[in-house]
Design a binder for this molecule. Structure first.
Ligand code: C5P
Length: 227
């Protein structure tokens, strides 16, 4: 086990990891690592810097050097900044998600982000949200959750999320993009999307976010991670 207790929450796009991880971290009073945001940032900053989309070394250099700051706004919502630039909304676009999935397939980029991710483990504990948190980044985590849901339900959740934020969304296009991203994330050679052998799988289809949060909290409770 790690010196600092770690709970990993992995799973495919739209499985609800983000919402659940944020809430579990908040209720436990632990730190949160949103690893997807780091890959999204590499893609976004690469595009803004005019890098060739296939420039592996250029993106890896960005992954090493970018100065990112995770925080929250007055109402507890996420805030992501790079220097003085607020990129909270920009990294959430479907374009940044697709770009993230592309750069995330490159070992050089993954390596460049490895220690940066491990540095998030600080007392009293860390909830780490991603694709390879339990398999590669924190293989000794105290509790590993792997969240799944049907592709239809995941597309529908993304759709509602985008609508709520006032962004335009098209359900059929979202379904296609999610399927493409799943395919790329689970077939890549390095750190493919898959449950760790010791992960506990939760199928969240038909469950509310609050129910999934409670399921994770109760697993943590039974391990004595929190009361
Ligand atoms: O979770 P999120 O949708 O923000 O992640 C965006 C993309 O980043 C994923 O589709 C995946 O390709 C990549 N990713 C990854 N490993 C992680 C987190 C995200 O490869 N730990």
């Amino acid at each position: 086990m790690d010196a600092v207790p770690i709970v990993t929450i992995d799973g495919p796009s739209g499985s609800g990891k983000g919402t659940v991880s944020r809430e579990v971290a908040r209720l436990a009073g632990w730190h949160l690592l949103d690893s997807g945001a780091l890959y999204r940032l590499v893609a976004l900053l690469g595009a803004r810097a005019g890098l060739d989309p296939q420039d592996v070394d250029g993106h890896a250099a960005l992954a090493r050097s970018m100065e990112v700051e995770f925080g929250s706004d007055a109402s507890g919502g996420e805030r992501v900044r790079v220097g003085a630039d607020d990129v909270t909304r920009a990294i959430r676009s479907e374009e940044a998600g697709q770009g993230a999935s592309r750069v995330a397939a490159w070992p050089a980029v993954r390596d460049a982000l490895l220690e940066r991710q491990r540095a998030f483990a600080r007392p009293p504990g860390l909830v780490a949200d991603g694709r390879d948190m339990g398999t590669v980044i924190f293989p000794a985590a105290a509790l590993k959750i792997y969240l799944v849901a049907t592709a239809e339900e995941r597309a529908l959740r993304r759709y509602k999320q985008l609508k709520q934020k006032g962004s335009g969304a098209n359900l059929a296009a979202l379904s296609r993009e999610i399927a493409e991203r799943d395919q790329r994330d689970s077939t890549r050679a390095v750190a493919p999307l898959m449950p760790a052998s010791d992960a506990r799988i939760i199928d969240s289809t038909g469950m509310s976010a609050a129910q999934v949060v409670e399921a994770v909290l109760s697993q943590g409770r039974s391990l004595g991670l929190w009361s």
